[in-house]
Design a protein around this ligand. Structure first.
Ligand SMILES: Cc1cc2nc3c(=O)[nH]c(=O)nc-3n(C[C@H](O)[C@H](O)[C@H](O)COP(=O)(O)OP(=O)(O)OC[C@H]3O[C@@H](n4cnc5c(N)ncnc54)[C@H](O)[C@@H]3O)c2cc1C
Length: 425
């Protein structure tokens, strides 16, 4: 329950905003189109609250992770609050009585804010729209750079609300101002001040291995003090500052054991950064690390567990297995599924861990030869009833979602299903 309280808080803040406007309504001094203006103010306030939640979550507050279930889930909430605010902007635009207010500075600011946010948010759809694809050079980094301007339009949007002839609603407006301050402070922290407070730890690339033709294992050693002690299953952000194309901060799961004195990352070449890393990263290069983050931790689950890894989603499970120290405290069925045999990494190590830990049963599936793994098989192998099991999944989103649906249908409580979100966009 605790890991959902962050989301409940966001919902509660939206509801409270509406309540504040209802309990302390604006005074009607005979304003034309009063009802529409009132509705417009309420919608505008909800937009400010949602956007300030999004901006706050972008600061990556580690202390808030337990209330959302990890930083990866905080990004999901960030995406939802941003989408909610974005959609409400259109409703707000249709609700406010622009014609009677006339085109004053405030309305121009509203337009700037609206168009700015639309221009920034639309490239989220870039992979599907050629024009937007060019705008962001079809890279995540291009999209991220554009995304950085969102706070400016948030501030413009709020100033717009101050410069139009607003309604007389002292308490409600002060309530919203509080969120504006939180949102603006969060934005400034993310873009300007954060770099003075965040801990960026220098490491050196000690070794670069290629377990197969598309995967890189990066071994990193701290130059001085390592990052704070991490738990198996957590992830970090890494960049390699001396190599121009690798000087972007990307998230990767730590695939080494929590007790190792080096950090190991196992990285699949897929896009620009990871492909360049596969071909150019070399031992001796500098690295900068921020982390660790995340709450994907099988030790918090019950006695009976099912782990499902798809493709490179095996990385948190590698860390679980490597951290075992020969005594697994739970009964685990571990499924590792890849399309072709040559895509699988560290299979021998996984199988040898299973030999040393009788409570760990490993099922490796090459789906091109043996067909796709199904939830029915998993349930059957677990004895037919899995509603007391804790399930841990990491892999392509459609796979994780399809399994989640099936497990919920098999009466596994939602709280027992845990997954690592590999996509921040
Ligand atoms: C919590 C977490 C853990 C991860 N662990 C691993 C791992 O152990 N091994 C592994 O191979 N991959 C892992 N990934 C995925 C990895 O971060 C992306 O594949 C990688 O950043 C892609 O970069 P690219 O430029 O090569 O690809 P692109 O084609 O540019 O990006 C592909 C997708 O990766 C994501 N992405 C790209 N750049 C970033 C960025 N700077 N920050 C956040 N997301 C980005 C976006 O969703 C994007 O749509 C993890 C992702 C997350 C969120």
């Amino acid at each position: 329950m605790k890991h959902r309280s962050g989301n409940f808080t966001v919902i509660a803040l939206v509801i409270l905003t509406v309540i504040v406007w209802l309990v302390f309504p604006p005074i009607n001094h005979g304003t034309e189109n009063f009802a529409r203006a009132y509705a417009g103010e309420v919608l505008g306030s909800i937009i400010i609250v949602l956007m300030s939640c999004s901006l706050f979550l972008s600061t990556r507050p580690r202390w808030a992770e337990p209330f959302f279930g990890g930083l990866d889930k905080m990004y999901l909430t960030h995406r939802r609050t941003s989408t909610g605010a974005f959609l409400l902007m259109f409703v707000h635009l249709l609700t406010v009585p622009i014609t009677t207010v006339g085109l004053r500075l405030g309305n121009y600011l509203a337009m700037i804010s609206f168009l700015g946010i639309v221009a920034i948010v639309l490239p989220t759809l870039a992979p599907h729209i050629p024009f937007l694809n060019r705008l962001t050079q079809s890279t995540y980094e291009g999209w991220k750079k554009l995304h950085r301007f969102i706070g400016i339009f948030f501030i413009t949007g709020f100033i717009h609300s101050l410069t139009i002839k607003g309604l007389d609603a002292f308490i409600a407006i002060n309530w919203v101002q509080f969120f504006f301050i939180i949102g603006t402070a969060s934005y400034l922290y993310t873009e300007v001040f954060g770099k003075f407070f965040r801990k960026y730890v220098p490491y050196t690339v000690e070794a670069v291995n290629h377990p197969n033709g598309s995967t890189t294992e990066v071994v990193l050693r701290a130059k001085k003090d390592p990052i704070q002690k991490h738990r198996a299953g957590q992830f970090l952000f890494v960049r390699f500052p001396k190599e121009k194309l690798l000087d972007e901060s990307h998230p990767f799961t730590i695939s080494s054991a929590s007790h190792e004195d080096v950090l190991r990352l196992t990285i699949k070449a897929g896009g620009d950064f990871t492909r360049h890393l596969f071909s150019s990263l070399q031992a001796g290069m500098d690295a900068v690390i921020e982390g660790a983050y995340g709450m994907f931790d099988h030790k918090t689950g019950g006695q009976k567990q099912i782990w499902v890894a798809g493709g490179i989603g095996v990385t948190p499970f590698l860390s679980f297995i490597r951290s075992l120290d020969g005594n697994l405290a739970q009964d685990v069925d571990f499924y590792y599924t890849v399309r072709h045999r040559e895509e699988a990494v560290f299979v021998e190590e996984i199988e040898s861990a299973a030999k040393q830990n009788p409570r760990l049963k490993v099922y490796i599936r090459f789906s091109s030869a043996e067909g796709s793994l199904t939830a029915e098989e998993i349930i059957k192998n677990a004895g037919g009833n899995i509603n007391g099991h804790h399930i841990y999944m990491c892999g392509p989103l459609p796979m994780v979602q399809a399994f989640e649906k099936k497990f919920l249908e098999a009466n596994v409580p939602a709280a027992n299903i845990h997954y690592e979100e590999f996509n921040f966009r």
